[in-house]
Write a protein of this length. Structure first.
Length: 83
């Protein structure tokens, strides 16, 4: 199954590790360190030109998505419920 993250980006649901609200980047020191580390290793991708609303962590890439974390979680849960 696949999850649409916004723009033209679609990922396999099996690659998904976590979906977080963008506010976690400011409120959690560990989250900020994780994202900084991912940026240093060039495994961060911005989706679209809109302001990001969520951070999607996969096994290989960290995405900044313009879709809210609540919407993305609903999409991910929809596929889990069908499996």
């Amino acid at each position: 199954m696949y999850i649409h993250l916004g723009g033209e980006k679609i990922i396999r649901s099996s690659e998904l590790v976590g979906i977080f609200d963008i506010s976690i980047e400011k409120s959690s020191k560990i989250s900020k360190q994780f994202v900084t580390h991912a940026q240093q290793h060039k495994v961060v991708e911005m989706i679209g030109e809109e302001d990001p609303k969520s951070i999607v962590v996969t096994k290989t890439i960290v995405y900044y998505s313009p879709i809210s974390s609540a919407t993305l979680k609903k999409r991910a849960n929809h596929f889990v419920a069908q499996a």
